[in-house]
Design a protein around this ligand. Structure first.
Ligand code: GDD
Length: 330
């Protein structure tokens, strides 16, 4: 029988890679998209015609119950969320409602309908926040430092409560940073790859950046969505930390991107103190041992390969006039 996967946040970066993976495996893929955002389905490019789209207000418990009931999905992937961390300071309550509200409503719908549907909750390394030890595992204490991390933690606990109390097959993937050419350019990887490509092509002459010493565990989004799927195929519902286990600084990232286009980054990059985030002295880096052992999951794309892919993609898209040097689609 054909398996049905229901995805919220299908039009985002992870939604694209997850849809591709599931379609390749023969799933019927259904995206729950708010009626006001149906235009964003075109972001799925060649996949837009291969998935089904169900217009649903994620803020409506009734609409979600109806959608889950009529679709009877084998698996639900709850990816929908505002994802740019600094923006959560502007609207903490809206962030909480979008992240926690959607997770809670979807979990309740799954429980009330008594389905055996397996549930994936997109969690984030931001729930670790001000860590006392590195690397992090699913046992590391959670100390989020911003409204985004706090909302993701609330959604995580809500999922755990549903699993413990009602026996749902539900799990959280605590994902560290994962990137691709589909990342919007406000995130640091695409910001840098786009700037390096645009400067190389003479379309820009410099780039402003925040903290060059900030460190992250950057992996490839295509690798990380594979872990989401594997979590739902396991015998037991458990939470997993998903990341490469390798830390790099933003300086490493800038240097690697400008190396790709044979430019000396120090001539083009300037620090803008307004872009430096407060309280970022901690090191968020995954210990993916459990995912490697239980799920046989292993990241395939190295940091160097990832950056090369981003820069090459931005060079091509700029040359073809598909994006502007500052990133807007044109
Ligand atoms: N965006 C941005 N712009 N980040 C900068 C800049 C800059 O000019 N300069 C330095 N950084 C640093 C940030 O301070 C942070 O330490 C790091 O680069 C990565 O920032 P982002 O790319 O914006 O991602 P993030 O780490 O805040 O969050 C992403 O990863 C999380 C973990 O998977 C997002 O995808 C979150 O939604 C996700 O949960």
């Amino acid at each position: 029988m054909t398996k049905t996967a229901l995805i919220t946040g299908i039009t985002g970066q992870d939604g694209y890679y997850l849809s591709k993976l599931l379609l390749d495996k023969g799933y019927r893929v259904v995206g729950l998209v708010p009626p006001g955002r149906l235009g964003s389905v075109s972001k799925l490019d060649e996949l837009a015609d291969q998935v089904d789209i169900c217009p649903v207000a994620l803020t409506s418990a009734d609409e979600l119950i109806e959608a889950v009931y009529s679709l009877q999905p084998t698996e639900i992937y709850n990816l929908a969320a505002p994802s740019f961390v600094p923006a959560s300071w502007e609207d903490p309550l809206g962030t909480l409602d979008l992240i926690t509200g959607t997770a809670t409503r979807l979990l309740k719908a799954t429980r009330q309908l008594g389905l055996s549907t397996r549930f994936y909750q997109a969690s984030s390394s931001e729930i670790f926040g001000e860590v006392l030890s590195s690397p992090q595992t699913a046992q590391t204490p959670f100390r989020p430092k911003n409204p985004y991390g706090a909302a993701k933690l609330h959604a995580h606990w809500t999922m755990v409560h549903h699993r413990d109390r009602y026996g749902l097959f539900a799990c959280s993937g605590i994902l560290f940073n994962h990137e691709s050419p589909r990342r919007p350019p406000r995130f640091v990887t695409r910001k840098i790859s786009l700037a390096a490509a645009a400067i190389k092509l003479g379309m820009r002459d410099r780039m402003s950046i925040g903290n060059l010493d900030a460190k992250r565990d950057w992996g490839f989004a295509g690798d990380h969505v594979e872990a989401m799927w594997r979590m739902l195929q396991a015998d037991k519902a458990e939470d997993y930390v998903i990341g490469t286990g390798v830390l790099h600084t933003v300086r490493d990232l800038v240097s690697a991107a400008f190396d790709c286009v044979d430019l000396d980054w120090q001539k083009y990059v300037e620090v803008d103190s307004t872009l430096v985030r407060a309280d970022e002295h901690f090191q968020l880096v995954a210990d993916p041992t459990k995912a490697k052992e239980n799920l046989k999951w292993q990241p395939q794309v190295s940091f160097e390969k990832l950056i090369d892919t981003l820069v090459t993609s931005d060079l091509r898209r700029l040359e073809a006039g598909k994006i502007s040097p500052t990133g807007a689609a044109s």
